[in-house]
Design a protein around this ligand. Structure first.
Ligand code: G6P
Length: 483
């Protein structure tokens, strides 16, 4: 039966790995979108369209009738899930170019200001081919959505991977009500202009194919409106938050995303978290804990975070033997050389810090590069100070999860460049993420904070973090399509 509510995203709610005897094991993903859509999507008329990301996904998608994982008997928590692969026009090659070369090496770099512009980016003929693959990958999503959507259905398209899909889908199915949501920041207009002119226009027109374009923070809305006005020459109504171009109007809105504290606390009470917490407590002893939990992601600014910690130990020797930095930096996007180099840089710096300060009975730093959710939750629980210093981030949910789970009302050091700053700045210690010395000062100030001040700030942090749970974030966007 055609679906009346559809979600489209690159990464779906389920992924597969090959097990030892060559079979497939499915793993359910986490994140706000999964819990929000699972909440309402187990309704039989809702469908999630996603993409096969690796070989095992590809095999599962190909074996499932019409790519429908639920029909193939996989546990999708009541959701209908269609995973696109070769039969839909997304073979491994097309996917690689679309995901690695364009989505993650170009659009992600653009929106997070990650280029070293003296030498990158270089848009040459190789990029032209990569862009063609990206267009084809977006078109495959548009075709699948057009095929499975009931008349007048609502379609919620997610993120920069699918920036062209709303427009392509509208051309196929003008009856649909389409939303696009950007989970990233949006690049400032002068930086956005790094893209070749025609591609810059295509990206904007892609999003404007939607009736409703959502962003995580007012700054990203404002940047998007600047781009529409100055790059496209669209008519922008800032008061009414609309963009009109070629006779069509798109509403633009902020939908901030918070956490579901009940779900998080429930997960953190499972025995695997207690085991990890015990192990961590044995390692840290009576020391205070500065914690961070990130993907090893260029935009997360782990290197400057470590430099700030080193500066703290140099300038404030009184903290030596009294503090431990737990840095969870789990692997991400390792197909990209920049990410492999970044991970090596993080590990090199960690060794240097251990070498400079470590002594028998005290390791200043515990770095873990394994993807271990239970350990991440345990890390939140033992944190006295949580360091969240991205160079730029759409929202950053670690800044919201940490305070909600910390056993001792942790202090939060937060980058002014995270979307979460808009909601949390009053209760956090704010830092310019490029200013290593200011970050070291903030570490000292946070570690020295009185328990009363910490509790007071933590109350504010937790209230703000829980104000907009994923269900509400998602429901508001669905409702917006009725307008
Ligand atoms: C960001 C993006 C998501 C993406 C996630 C993980 O949060 O906004 O769309 O899924 O990073 O990245 P990955 O490349 O592993 O899917």
């Amino acid at each position: 039966m055609p679906a009346s509510l559809l979600v489209a995203s690159n990464r779906g709610p389920l992924s597969f790995v090959h097990d030892e005897d060559g079979g497939l094991t499915g793993r359910r993903g986490g994140g706000g979108l999964v819990s929000a859509f699972t909440g309402i999507g187990s309704d039989a008329h809702a469908l999630w369209v996603c993409c096969a990301l690796g070989d095992a996904d590809r095999q599962a998608a190909t074996a499932a009738p019409g790519g429908r994982l639920d029909l193939a008997g996989h546990d999708t928590d009541g959701l209908q899930v269609r995973m696109l692969a070769d039969a839909d026009g997304i073979d491994a090659f097309t996917f690689g170019r679309a995901y690695n070369a364009v989505a993650n090496s170009t659009l992600w770099f653009l929106h997070h200001l990650l280029y070293a512009t003296a030498t990158t980016p270089c848009f040459d003929t190789a990029f032209t081919r990569e862009w063609e693959s990206f267009t084809a990958y977006n078109r495959a999503f548009a075709a699948a959505l057009a095929e499975d959507a009931a008349p007048g259905a609502k379609v919620l398209v997610q993120d920069y991977h699918l920036t062209l899909t709303p427009r392509q889908l509208r051309e196929l199915r003008p009856d649909l009500r389409i939303a696009h949501f950007s989970h990233t920041p949006w690049a400032p207009v002068d930086y956005f202009r790094l893209l070749p002119d025609a591609i810059a226009r295509e990206v904007l027109l892609g999003v404007l194919g939607a009736d409703h374009a959502g962003f995580l923070a007012p700054r990203w809305v404002s940047a998007f409106l600047d781009c529409c006005e100055q790059v496209l020459g669209a008519t922008v109504d800032r008061g009414g938050c609309t963009v009109t171009y070629a006779g069509r109007t798109t509403r633009v809105a902020v939908h901030a995303l918070g956490i579901d504290p009940a779900e998080l606390r429930q997960r953190s009470q499972r025995p695997d978290v207690a085991t990890k917490e015990q192990a961590l407590r044995a390692q840290i002893g009576a020391c205070k804990v500065v914690a961070r939990v990130d993907r090893t992601e260029l935009s997360k600014n782990i290197v400057r975070g470590l430099l700030a910690y080193r500066e703290l130990l140099r300038r404030h020797p009184e903290w030596r033997r009294r503090v431990v930095h737990i840095a969870g930096a789990y692997p991400s996007r390792h197909d990209l050389p920049e990410y492999r180099e970044y991970t090596a840089h993080v590990l090199r710096l960690a060794d240097e810090i251990e070498e400079e300060f470590g002594e028998p009975g005290w390791s200043p730093l515990l770095v873990s590069v394994e993807d271990d959710f239970a350990r991440s939750l345990a890390t939140y629980r033992v944190a006295d100070v949580l360091l969240v210093n991205p160079v730029r981030d759409g929202m950053n949910l670690v800044a919201k999860e940490g305070p909600a789970l910390s056993d001792q009302a942790c202090a939060l050091i937060l980058s002014t460049e995270a979307g979460a700053a808009h909601e949390l700045s009053e209760h956090a210690l704010m830092v310019n993420p490029y200013d290593v010395s200011a970050t070291a000062d903030a570490l000292h100030r946070a570690l020295s904070m009185t328990p009363d001040e910490r509790r007071e700030r933590a109350r504010g942090l937790v209230a703000a973090a829980c104000a907009l749970p994923p269900q509400r974030w998602f429901g508001d966007q669905v409702d917006a399509l009725d307008a």
